[in-house]
Design a protein around this ligand. Structure first.
Ligand code: SF4
Ligand code: FES
Length: 258
Protein backbone atom coordinates (compact mmCIF):
# COMPACT_ATOMS: atom_id res chain seq x y z
CA UNK A 1 0.00 0.00 0.00
CA UNK A 2 1.08 3.57 -0.67
CA UNK A 3 -0.26 6.12 1.78
CA UNK A 4 0.08 9.80 2.53
CA UNK A 5 0.25 10.67 6.22
CA UNK A 6 -0.60 14.13 7.53
CA UNK A 7 0.97 14.12 10.98
CA UNK A 8 0.80 16.75 13.72
CA UNK A 9 4.34 17.78 14.62
CA UNK A 10 4.95 19.89 17.72
CA UNK A 11 8.42 20.20 19.23
CA UNK A 12 7.29 20.63 22.84
CA UNK A 13 4.57 21.71 25.26
CA UNK A 14 3.12 25.07 24.33
CA UNK A 15 5.20 25.24 21.13
CA UNK A 16 3.62 26.02 17.80
CA UNK A 17 2.65 22.86 15.92
CA UNK A 18 1.79 22.08 12.30
CA UNK A 19 0.73 19.24 10.05
CA UNK A 20 3.50 17.75 7.93
CA UNK A 21 3.03 15.29 5.08
CA UNK A 22 4.93 12.02 4.82
CA UNK A 23 4.79 9.35 2.15
CA UNK A 24 4.49 5.78 3.44
CA UNK A 25 5.20 3.72 0.34
CA UNK A 26 5.91 0.24 1.61
CA UNK A 27 3.01 -0.57 3.90
CA UNK A 28 1.67 -4.10 4.28
CA UNK A 29 -2.02 -4.52 5.03
CA UNK A 30 -0.96 -6.92 7.81
CA UNK A 31 0.98 -4.24 9.68
CA UNK A 32 -0.55 -2.68 12.75
CA UNK A 33 -0.96 1.08 12.69
CA UNK A 34 1.96 1.46 15.11
CA UNK A 35 4.18 -0.81 13.00
CA UNK A 36 3.40 1.42 10.04
CA UNK A 37 4.54 4.44 12.10
CA UNK A 38 7.68 2.50 13.11
CA UNK A 39 8.55 2.06 9.41
CA UNK A 40 7.99 5.76 8.73
CA UNK A 41 10.20 6.63 11.71
CA UNK A 42 12.99 4.34 10.51
CA UNK A 43 12.95 6.18 7.18
CA UNK A 44 13.02 9.55 8.95
CA UNK A 45 15.98 8.43 11.08
CA UNK A 46 17.80 7.19 7.97
CA UNK A 47 17.37 10.64 6.46
CA UNK A 48 18.62 12.29 9.67
CA UNK A 49 15.20 13.73 10.53
CA UNK A 50 13.40 13.72 13.89
CA UNK A 51 11.15 10.66 14.29
CA UNK A 52 7.48 11.16 15.08
CA UNK A 53 6.90 10.90 18.83
CA UNK A 54 3.95 8.71 19.74
CA UNK A 55 2.96 6.81 22.88
CA UNK A 56 2.77 3.03 23.08
CA UNK A 57 3.59 0.20 25.46
CA UNK A 58 1.84 -3.19 25.40
CA UNK A 59 0.74 -3.16 21.74
CA UNK A 60 -1.93 -5.68 22.64
CA UNK A 61 -4.85 -3.49 23.66
CA UNK A 62 -4.47 -3.50 27.43
CA UNK A 63 -2.34 -0.55 28.57
CA UNK A 64 -4.21 2.36 26.97
CA UNK A 65 -1.15 4.37 25.96
CA UNK A 66 -1.54 4.26 22.16
CA UNK A 67 -3.68 7.38 22.05
CA UNK A 68 -4.00 8.69 18.50
CA UNK A 69 -6.70 10.60 16.68
CA UNK A 70 -6.87 8.98 13.25
CA UNK A 71 -8.90 10.79 10.59
CA UNK A 72 -10.72 12.61 13.38
CA UNK A 73 -11.69 9.43 15.25
CA UNK A 74 -10.01 8.36 18.50
CA UNK A 75 -8.18 5.07 17.80
CA UNK A 76 -9.31 5.17 14.17
CA UNK A 77 -12.18 3.74 12.18
CA UNK A 78 -12.59 0.26 13.68
CA UNK A 79 -15.07 0.07 16.52
CA UNK A 80 -13.91 -1.30 19.90
CA UNK A 81 -10.28 -1.39 18.74
CA UNK A 82 -7.23 0.37 20.14
CA UNK A 83 -4.73 2.00 17.77
CA UNK A 84 -2.20 -0.77 18.42
CA UNK A 85 -4.75 -3.41 17.41
CA UNK A 86 -5.82 -1.51 14.30
CA UNK A 87 -4.39 -3.02 11.11
CA UNK A 88 -3.61 -1.28 7.86
CA UNK A 89 -6.19 -3.43 6.04
CA UNK A 90 -8.73 -1.01 7.54
CA UNK A 91 -7.40 1.53 5.02
CA UNK A 92 -7.22 1.53 1.21
CA UNK A 93 -4.22 1.91 -1.07
CA UNK A 94 -3.77 5.60 -1.90
CA UNK A 95 -5.49 6.87 1.25
CA UNK A 96 -4.48 10.05 3.02
CA UNK A 97 -4.53 9.53 6.79
CA UNK A 98 -4.54 12.43 9.23
CA UNK A 99 -2.93 11.65 12.59
CA UNK A 100 -3.29 13.99 15.56
CA UNK A 101 -2.81 13.86 19.33
CA UNK A 102 -5.84 13.89 21.64
CA UNK A 103 -7.33 17.37 21.60
CA UNK A 104 -8.48 18.30 25.11
CA UNK A 105 -7.51 21.15 27.41
CA UNK A 106 -6.86 18.73 30.27
CA UNK A 107 -4.41 16.71 28.11
CA UNK A 108 -1.70 19.17 26.96
CA UNK A 109 0.51 18.06 24.09
CA UNK A 110 4.02 17.12 25.24
CA UNK A 111 5.47 16.43 21.81
CA UNK A 112 4.00 15.54 18.39
CA UNK A 113 1.35 12.90 19.16
CA UNK A 114 2.11 12.46 22.86
CA UNK A 115 -0.14 14.12 25.43
CA UNK A 116 0.07 14.38 29.21
CA UNK A 117 -2.63 12.12 30.66
CA UNK A 118 -1.48 12.44 34.27
CA UNK A 119 -4.87 14.01 35.21
CA UNK A 120 -6.25 10.46 34.93
CA UNK A 121 -3.58 9.22 37.36
CA UNK A 122 -4.57 11.88 39.87
CA UNK A 123 -8.26 10.92 39.58
CA UNK A 124 -7.36 7.29 40.27
CA UNK A 125 -5.11 8.30 43.19
CA UNK A 126 -7.97 10.33 44.70
CA UNK A 127 -10.19 7.30 45.28
CA UNK A 128 -9.42 4.29 43.11
CA UNK A 129 -8.61 1.92 45.94
CA UNK A 130 -10.18 -0.18 48.69
CA UNK A 131 -9.01 -0.73 52.24
CA UNK A 132 -8.23 -4.36 53.02
CA UNK A 133 -7.14 -5.96 56.26
CA UNK A 134 -3.66 -7.40 56.20
CA UNK A 135 -3.02 -10.98 57.21
CA UNK A 136 -3.94 -14.25 55.59
CA UNK A 137 -6.24 -14.27 52.60
CA UNK A 138 -9.96 -14.40 53.31
CA UNK A 139 -11.87 -17.53 52.38
CA UNK A 140 -13.09 -17.13 48.82
CA UNK A 141 -16.69 -17.79 49.79
CA UNK A 142 -16.73 -15.38 52.76
CA UNK A 143 -17.99 -12.48 50.66
CA UNK A 144 -20.44 -13.61 48.02
CA UNK A 145 -20.71 -11.35 44.98
CA UNK A 146 -23.96 -11.49 42.99
CA UNK A 147 -23.32 -12.50 39.36
CA UNK A 148 -25.07 -9.47 37.88
CA UNK A 149 -22.95 -7.13 40.03
CA UNK A 150 -19.68 -8.91 39.24
CA UNK A 151 -20.50 -8.79 35.50
CA UNK A 152 -21.12 -5.03 35.64
CA UNK A 153 -18.00 -4.48 37.76
CA UNK A 154 -15.86 -6.48 35.32
CA UNK A 155 -17.29 -4.55 32.36
CA UNK A 156 -16.35 -1.27 34.06
CA UNK A 157 -12.92 -2.62 35.02
CA UNK A 158 -12.17 -3.13 31.33
CA UNK A 159 -11.40 0.62 31.06
CA UNK A 160 -7.74 0.97 30.06
CA UNK A 161 -7.49 4.71 30.77
CA UNK A 162 -6.68 5.61 27.18
CA UNK A 163 -8.53 8.94 27.16
CA UNK A 164 -10.41 8.37 23.90
CA UNK A 165 -13.64 9.27 25.70
CA UNK A 166 -12.23 12.69 26.58
CA UNK A 167 -10.86 13.23 23.07
CA UNK A 168 -14.20 12.29 21.47
CA UNK A 169 -16.32 14.48 23.73
CA UNK A 170 -17.06 18.00 22.40
CA UNK A 171 -16.80 19.16 26.04
CA UNK A 172 -13.59 17.25 26.81
CA UNK A 173 -15.44 15.49 29.62
CA UNK A 174 -13.86 12.65 31.61
CA UNK A 175 -17.17 11.36 32.96
CA UNK A 176 -16.97 7.97 31.21
CA UNK A 177 -13.47 7.23 32.52
CA UNK A 178 -14.21 8.44 36.05
CA UNK A 179 -17.54 6.64 36.21
CA UNK A 180 -15.90 3.38 35.10
CA UNK A 181 -13.31 3.70 37.85
CA UNK A 182 -15.97 4.57 40.44
CA UNK A 183 -18.23 1.71 39.31
CA UNK A 184 -15.78 -1.15 39.19
CA UNK A 185 -15.11 -0.79 42.92
CA UNK A 186 -18.45 0.65 44.03
CA UNK A 187 -20.42 -2.27 42.61
CA UNK A 188 -18.59 -4.87 44.69
CA UNK A 189 -19.04 -5.63 48.41
CA UNK A 190 -15.31 -5.04 48.93
CA UNK A 191 -15.70 -1.48 47.64
CA UNK A 192 -18.52 -0.44 49.97
CA UNK A 193 -16.56 1.03 52.94
CA UNK A 194 -15.14 3.83 50.76
CA UNK A 195 -18.08 4.12 48.38
CA UNK A 196 -19.18 7.63 49.41
CA UNK A 197 -15.75 9.23 49.91
CA UNK A 198 -14.54 7.55 46.69
CA UNK A 199 -17.12 9.12 44.41
CA UNK A 200 -16.83 12.50 46.14
CA UNK A 201 -13.02 12.52 45.89
CA UNK A 202 -12.80 11.27 42.31
CA UNK A 203 -15.41 13.68 40.98
CA UNK A 204 -13.80 16.53 42.90
CA UNK A 205 -10.42 15.67 41.35
CA UNK A 206 -11.97 15.33 37.90
CA UNK A 207 -13.42 18.85 38.20
CA UNK A 208 -10.10 20.21 39.51
CA UNK A 209 -8.35 18.88 36.39
CA UNK A 210 -10.54 21.12 34.19
CA UNK A 211 -12.29 18.42 32.23
CA UNK A 212 -15.53 19.66 30.70
CA UNK A 213 -19.00 18.79 31.90
CA UNK A 214 -21.12 15.97 30.49
CA UNK A 215 -24.03 17.10 28.32
CA UNK A 216 -24.96 13.63 27.08
CA UNK A 217 -23.46 13.60 23.58
CA UNK A 218 -22.51 9.96 24.22
CA UNK A 219 -19.58 10.27 21.80
CA UNK A 220 -17.48 8.80 24.61
CA UNK A 221 -19.20 5.42 24.49
CA UNK A 222 -18.95 5.29 20.68
CA UNK A 223 -15.20 6.01 20.79
CA UNK A 224 -14.33 3.73 23.70
CA UNK A 225 -12.18 0.78 22.59
CA UNK A 226 -13.46 -1.22 25.55
CA UNK A 227 -17.13 -0.37 24.99
CA UNK A 228 -17.61 1.12 28.45
CA UNK A 229 -21.30 1.96 28.78
CA UNK A 230 -22.64 5.43 29.56
CA UNK A 231 -24.84 3.66 32.12
CA UNK A 232 -21.81 4.01 34.37
CA UNK A 233 -22.23 7.80 34.20
CA UNK A 234 -25.84 7.53 35.38
CA UNK A 235 -24.69 5.15 38.13
CA UNK A 236 -21.97 7.58 39.22
CA UNK A 237 -24.39 10.52 39.26
CA UNK A 238 -26.73 8.55 41.54
CA UNK A 239 -23.83 7.64 43.82
CA UNK A 240 -22.63 11.24 43.83
CA UNK A 241 -26.05 12.57 44.79
CA UNK A 242 -26.43 10.06 47.60
CA UNK A 243 -22.90 10.66 48.89
CA UNK A 244 -23.37 14.43 48.73
CA UNK A 245 -26.60 14.27 50.72
CA UNK A 246 -25.04 11.97 53.30
CA UNK A 247 -21.90 14.09 53.44
CA UNK A 248 -23.91 17.25 54.06
CA UNK A 249 -26.46 15.55 56.30
CA UNK A 250 -25.30 16.41 59.83
CA UNK A 251 -24.24 19.99 59.03
CA UNK A 252 -27.44 20.48 57.05
CA UNK A 253 -29.55 19.26 59.99
CA UNK A 254 -27.59 21.37 62.52
CA UNK A 255 -28.14 24.41 60.33
CA UNK A 256 -31.86 23.69 60.38
CA UNK A 257 -32.02 23.09 56.65
CA UNK A 258 -35.32 21.81 55.30
S1 SF4 B 1 -13.75 4.77 29.31
FE1 SF4 B 1 -13.04 3.82 27.38
S2 SF4 B 1 -12.29 5.55 26.16
FE2 SF4 B 1 -12.41 6.25 28.28
S3 SF4 B 1 -10.39 5.91 29.17
FE3 SF4 B 1 -11.62 4.06 29.63
S4 SF4 B 1 -11.20 2.68 27.92
FE4 SF4 B 1 -10.49 4.68 27.23
S1 FES C 1 -0.15 0.07 23.21
FE1 FES C 1 -1.20 -0.74 24.97
S2 FES C 1 -3.31 -0.54 24.47
FE2 FES C 1 -2.26 0.05 22.65
Amino acid sequence: MRLTLKVWRQPGPGARGEFRSYAANDVSEHMSFLEMLDVVNEELLTKGEEPIAFDHDCREGVCGTCALMINGIPHGPKRATTTCQLHMRSFADGDTITIEPWRARAFPVLRDLVVDRSPFDRIIAAGGFISAPTGSAQDANAILVPKDKSDLAMDAAACIGCGACVAACPNGSAMLFTSAKVAHLGLLPQGQPERDPRVLAMVHQMDAEEFGGCTLFEECEAACPKEISVENIARMNRDLLRATLRDRGPAHIEAGGG
